[in-house]
Design a protein around this ligand. Structure first.
Ligand code: XMP
Ligand code: MG
Length: 185
């Protein structure tokens, strides 16, 4: 097996750190308004990719929050969905009668979020269930997903950075980028 070629020099920035932070500030303002009378908002961060967005977003919310995590996997080490969503960890508290906000890095084919929202609705009866995604890759959609908050639309290309990875790399970048050189993908 050839080792992974980590090639940050072949990345082109799509959204800078400042653009991400400005947009997240706007989303947080909308949420602070929408949830102003909410006793406690249950934020569910979908791992692994959602960790940076959830953490920056949470710091900009001024409402009481409980932060939970689930882990779903469907891409393995590749850049294409395997078509099967693997629930790695779905441990959650009771959500009945709670205001729930899912936080995810990207909705691409929609398989993951379609699966998870159906799963939540079949097991729990939240007072409200909303979805915040940083990126929406509309063109790639195979399953319907209802989004309530969207950071940015992206085209049908593989993106990395700010939580999003290629074979585990690039998650730590503070910006979102795509590859300019197809050989390095
Ligand atoms: P689906 O296709 O089910 O996407 O909507 C589910 C998860 O797959 C990851 N994903 C990506 N990761 N660049 C990445 O680094 C991408 O372009 C990309 N598209 C999907 C992501 O974790 C998403 O939650
Ligand atoms: Mg993800």
């Amino acid at each position: 097996m050839t080792p992974y070629a980590y090639t940050p020099e072949s990345l082109k920035v799509l959204f800078t750190e400042q653009q991400l932070q400005n947009r997240i500030e706007e989303l947080a303002e909308e949420m602070n308004h929408l949830y102003r009378d909410t006793e406690v908002l249950i934020m569910i961060c979908i791992l692994k990719g959602g960790f940076m967005f959830a953490s920056d977003l949470a710091r900009k919310l001024n409402i009481p929050c409980q932060i939970e995590f689930v882990r779903l996997s469907s891409y393995g080490d590749g850049q294409k969905t395997t078509g099967t969503v693997k629930p790695v960890d779905l441990t959650l508290p009771r959500l009945s009668n709670r205001d729930v906000l899912l936080v995810e890095d990207i909705v691409d084919t929609g398989l993951t979020l379609n699966f998870f929202m159906e799963y939540l609705e079949s097991l729990h009866t939240p007072k409200s269930l909303r979805l915040a995604v940083l990126l929406d890759k509309q063109e790639a959609r195979q399953r319907p997903v209802k989004t309530d908050f969207i950071g940015f639309e992206v085209g049908n290309e593989y993106v990395v950075g700010y939580g999003l990875d290629d074979q585990g790399y690039y998650r730590n970048l503070p910006y979102i980028a795509h590859f300019t050189d197809t050989d390095s993908q």
